[in-house]
Design a protein around this ligand. Structure first.
Ligand SMILES: C[S@@+](CC[C@H](N)C(=O)[O-])C[C@H]1O[C@@H](n2cnc3c(N)ncnc32)[C@H](O)[C@@H]1O
Length: 510
């Protein structure tokens, strides 16, 4: 740990400490301002998602112009540059995959490939260490760059330490017994496939299975600028960062490079915290998600309010029912006397039976709608989601997360169907809920303003587009920086809209 501290982080205004209740934590040794990069890192290993329709480059994750590796026929690259960059590890992986039976290739999941690559990378590092020791060279291993605001630096440490860093320390749940039995069986099956692929006599299936459980807590989903998942990567330094449901930093990706940015002023000596989960849900929902995947009970400033009046109210709004009186925006709580749900504003009680009836109808249609959507029957899915929305409007509070999700789906379908006007209506309906559930500088909030602005621009509503695109820039320049092509496009759109507005104004003056 001291090595990591001295060699890597100190110059970047960061330090690592250990807290009994969290394990390792990343702290700041100077102040960071909103939008400032705290650190950027390349993955130790990464793999793209497996989708039936789109293959992705194994190095940069693009889906454009990809071609299969002619030797293994499993991995795809967008060109020789990416193929060469990945060659050291893929050379070994390629030989193994080429030998694999067809039915085993079909069962290769991204997690299995990630584990195989992890073992291959360790093997390469061990071999390099041995060579350096034998030749009497300085004993050093270069780890992928960790970039800060300063120029990139390399961390020099021995391979054993790196492995320790990756798999022993980046995992803090004390006991594998916390993992559900079903999950353990699955990990054991996955480990056995890894063993078949690698065919190393020294491998221990139990150790591989445990490493799968560690990966589940430590690997990060690599997303594009619009937060669409592209793949999975293991980022050794970023995986030191702990979670908060009210984080001060955000993790975004540009290709395979992960960047952590401050979302607010972070004073010197504070813990850097990102969110591991969707933070829009109620405290109970968030805590369940964290316990199930990451094996801890969050005690962030939002979570410690569990059970307090404000927290109960917020949960009832986000995940509960609406008042029978549609002009009332009150939230409902269980009423012991009537066994129904009573509005806390006007006192009207909703019968439990009525709620159960609508909820079950909504669930049935919702299931059918999602089947239609996943089979790309967009028109059918649209009709069904409109029915779901109608039922949810009867059932849920206007600020309900479920209603918001249905409207997001309707927005997506309407965009696919190029019904821009209706898409804009749905986008606008989601904005007040986004503003309620996400903090000011949350990337999802910025992206929703951006979608709204693009639709308004397309429909010729220039003034509204300027307002929405300005809101998008204000948020996304903090979360995404201003140098990426995604942000340059957004800023160019805003400038175009502003130019058109001033042209219109000047022609009116004429
Ligand atoms: C990606 S690791 C983060 C670094 C970790 N603290 C370590 O020592 O390696 C994720 C694990 O850290 C712990 N963790 C993260 N955030 C936490 C929090 N807010 N409270 C308690 N434990 C937390 C959990 O054990 C979780 O599974």
């Amino acid at each position: 740990m001291e090595d990591l501290q001295k060699l890597l982080l100190h110059d970047h205004g960061l330090s690592v400490s250990t807290l009994p209740e969290k394990g390792r934590c990343l702290f700041t040794t100077r102040e960071y301002s909103p939008g400032e990069i705290i650190l950027s890192e390349e993955p130790y290993v990464s793999v793209p998602n497996k989708t039936p329709v789109k293959s992705r480059c194994d190095w940069c994750f693009t889906s454009s112009n990809v071609k299969r590796c002619s030797s293994c026929q499993v991995v795809w690259y967008c060109g020789s540059k990416c193929q060469t960059s990945d060659w050291k590890v893929h050379r070994l992986e390629c030989q193994l995959l080429a030998k694999l039976e067809k039915n085993r290739i079909k069962s290769l999941t991204p997690s299995i490939r990630l584990m195989v690559k992890l073992y291959l990378r360790r093997k390469l590092q061990n071999e390099k260490c041995d060579r350096q020791l034998q030749s009497g060279e300085r004993f050093s291993i270069s780890y992928p760059c960790v970039y800060g605001v300063l120029p990139s630096i390399y961390m020099y440490c021995d391979a054993k330490f790196q492995w320790f860093l990756l798999l022993n320390l980046t995992h803090f749940h004390k006991d594998i017994s916390e993992v559900e039995e079903m999950q353990l069986v699955l990990y054991a099956q996955m480990a056995s496939l890894v063993n078949i692929i690698l065919q190393w006599s020294t491998l221990n299936i139990k150790e591989i299975a445990q490493n799968f459980s560690k990966l589940a807590c430590n690997a990060h989903t690599i997303c594009d600028s619009e937060l669409i998942p592209l793949g999975t990567g293991l980022y050794p330094v970023i995986s030191i960062i702990n979670h908060s449901c009210s984080p001060n930093s955000v993790l975004v990706f540009e290709g395979r490079i992960a960047t952590v940015r401050a979302m607010q002023t972070i004073p010197k000596g504070s813990e850097v915290l990102i969110s591991y989960i969707e933070t829009a849900g109620s405290t109970m929902t968030r805590q369940k998600a964290l316990k199930d995947q990451y094996f801890f009970i969050c005690s962030c400033p939002r979570c410690i309010k569990l059970g307090e009046h404000d927290d109960i109210e917020e949960s009832a709004i986000l995940e509960g029912y609406r008042c029978k009186n549609h002009t009332c925006n009150g939230f409902l709580l269980r009423d012991l006397e009537s066994k129904g749900f009573k509005c806390q504003q006007c006192g009207i009680v909703r019968e439990k039976e009525e709620i159960v009836k609508i909820a079950s109808e909504e669930k049935t249609i919702s299931n059918k709608a999602s089947v239609a959507l996943s089979s790309c029957h967009n028109k059918e899915a649209l009709d069904m989601y409109l029915m779901v929305e109608k039922l949810q409007m009867k059932l849920c509070h206007p600020f309900s997360i479920n209603l918001m999700r249905t409207r997001e789906t309707l927005l997506k379908i309407l965009m696919e169907l190029q019904d821009w006007k209706k898409a804009l209506t749905y986008c606008r309906l989601t904005i007040p809920v986004y503003e309620r559930v996400y903090p000011k500088f949350h990337p999802l909030r910025g992206l929703q303003y951006y979608t709204c602005g693009k639709l308004e621009w397309l429909l010729g509503y220039t003034d509204e587009a300027i307002k929405s695109l300005t809101q998008a820039v204000d948020v996304l320049r903090i979360t995404h920086g201003t140098n990426t092509s995604f942000m340059k496009d957004l800023i160019a759109k805003l400038e175009e809209a502003q130019a058109e507005a001033s042209y219109k104004l000047s022609s009116m003056d004429d």
